[in-house]
Write a protein that binds this ligand. Structure first.
Ligand code: 4NP
Length: 174
């Protein structure tokens, strides 16, 4: 089994010391497919486990062209079929996110590199963890693929991977 990423362990310990919620930000390119789905899935898991009060959860995108939009209708439909109602409005990543969040989860290497370059200091860089580093049922995966130009199977695959990662994150932070 994969070990829990060190930044996740640190965030859990810091939250336990301070009594504050863990602040989690999911990031992709458009903030209309992968990251709002991750946000909705993680929120749903924490609500069903009765631990939602321990978290602040948001998502954002590195490309601001969809700002203000609901998630892509295909992602909303596929997520709804699994019981997730996605209502997030797309917003761009801000430099202040590195101060405001404890953990930042990019979906792929491009997201990771761009966040790493945006991070204002080393402490901020240390908050960035690849989403696939949390996966247990997809052990070989190194990125959550962009489903934007894919068919239904692409969206289902993304949801499978995000459920895997979000369950693992909830277990790690419980
Ligand atoms: P996401 O998918 O990063 O999972 O939200 C995309 C959505 C839109 C675009 C790219 C990726 N786009 O270039 O418009």
């Amino acid at each position: 089994m994969k070990s829990i990423p060190a930044p996740v362990v640190r965030a859990k310990e810091a939250a336990a010391r301070s009594g504050r919620p863990v602040k989690v930000l999911f990031v992709c390119l458009g903030n209309i497919c992968r990251s709002p789905a991750a946000e909705g899935i993680f929120r749903s898991i924490t609500e069903s486990r009765g631990i939602a009060g321990n978290f602040e959860i948001d998502s954002a995108g590195l490309y601001g062209g969809h700002a203000g939009e609901l998630p892509d209708s295909r992602m909303r439909v596929h997520a709804f079929q699994r019981g997730y109602n996605l209502t997030h409005r797309s917003r761009p990543v801000r430099t202040s996110d590195f101060r405001d969040f404890d953990l930042i989860f990019p979906m792929d290497d491009s997201n990771f590199s761009r966040l790493d370059a945006m991070a204002p200091d080393v402490e901020s860089q240390d908050k960035i963890v690849r989403m696939t580093d949390l996966c247990r049922r997809h052990p070989g995966a190194t990125y959550v693929p962009d489903p934007y130009y894919e068919g239904a199977e692409g969206f289902e695959m993304v949801l499978d991977m995000l459920e895997d990662a979000c369950e693992s994150l909830a277990d790690a932070l419980n």
